[in-house]
Design a protein around this ligand. Structure first.
Ligand code: AKB
Length: 331
């Protein structure tokens, strides 16, 4: 893979030819464990190292190597990359939009300072870096329907500001140092087994759990709040495809990715096809102000044209699959 000559070449005879060795940070979030599972199927159990700062749960521990890693500790990260012969990094560690507003100094550390560490680390050791961005990287002055790849980005949350910063820094490191930086702006992700933590789009996961367990759901957004979304298996496949895509296909370093757009009212209607007695009430809170500044419909034609991106799950298929999965889970 591409990179700069120097320290990396001296230390690290890349093992990519035999399948890459991948480091995933922040694996206890919504995307980490499912991505580790998918990459392990392709590259081997021990070639994907999941990391975080908490004790792993039994399932995560059983699925392959899990190690403590502090993304704020540059020396520890250097040792980690060398000791484990890492080729690719997927940097998931981040506070999401709502939780970021409740602790801005911590969000600056995790969402900005750790990104600086990662960029330097990946530059110096010639590693491929995938770092997700988000619909939250847009703001009230961005076109909201549709939102293209390239337009005004003036987000109003620290989460969004940090992601714009990461996009720009990654693009700069690519241009200036040849760093193989890749990013996707993801919409809200809906998953059955892993829960999001502290995001604005979390209602679209919570509605399934509450609907199936209690037949009721109180939504913190207005019924007409339209946001882009995707089902987790599409998100994981997009990440793997973007990790593997040939570098020359990348015309931008960050692409919008999406699958569908819906409002709370529309997902509730779709759910009622499976749970006819579902009762949904609406009590908008502070999260409404964040959602009101985000894209309603995401234009991901760039990723579709340049990288061959295509979603599999639309609203109807995602809802049907989620209901089946969660009915099995809750009995
Ligand atoms: C959030 O709501 O903060 C995240 C996101 C869309 O980035 N799910």
């Amino acid at each position: 893979h591409r990179g700069v000559p120097g320290i990396a070449r001296c230390f690290h005879a890349s093992s990519v030819a035999n399948g890459p060795r991948v480091l995933i940070t922040g694996v206890q979030g919504q995307l980490g464990a499912p991505l580790a599972e998918e990459l392990r199927k392709k590259y081997g159990r021990d070639n994907v190292i999941a990391t975080g700062r908490r004790f792993p749960d039994a399932e995560l521990e059983a699925s392959g190597p899990y190690k403590f890693l502090d993304v704020m500790n540059m020396d520890m990260m250097r040792q980690f990359v060398v000791n484990h012969r890492i080729d690719w990094v997927v940097h998931f560690s981040a506070l999401l939009s709502v939780i970021g507003e409740s602790n801005v100094p911590l969000a600056i550390q995790i969402n900005i300072e750790s990104v600086h560490n990662m960029l330097e680390l990946c530059k110096n050791y010639n590693l491929r870096l995938f770092l997700p961005s988000t619909i939250g990287a847009f703001g009230p002055t961005s076109p909201r329907n549709p939102t293209p790849d390239l337009c005004i980005q003036r987000p109003r949350t620290i989460y969004g500001v940090a992601k714009v910063h990461a996009e720009l820094m990654g693009e700069y490191y690519n241009h200036r140092f040849g760093l193989d930086f890749r990013s996707a702006r993801f919409p809200g992700v809906i998953s059955a087994d892993t829960m999001p933590g502290g995001g604005t789009t979390d209602y679209a996961v919570a509605i399934f759990h509450d609907a199936i367990q209690t037949g009721k759901f109180e939504c913190y957004l207005r019924p007409d709040t339209r946001l882009p979304m995707m089902y987790l298996p599409d998100c994981i496949r997009a990440t793997v495809e973007m990790l593997e895509a040939p570098d020359e296909d990348w015309k931008l370093r960050t692409y919008n990715i999406t699958a569908m757009s819906f409002t709370p009212e529309e997902i509730a209607e779709e759910l009622k096809k499976h749970i006819p007695n579902l009762e949904v009430t609406y009590k908008p809170d502070d999260r409404q102000q964040i959602a009101d500044t985000w894209p309603e419909v995401f234009d991901d034609s760039g990723a579709r044209n340049d990288l061959g991106w295509n979603h599999e799950y639309d609203l109807a298929k995602m809802v049907e699959t989620m209901v089946t999965r969660l009915r099995q889970k809750y009995g």
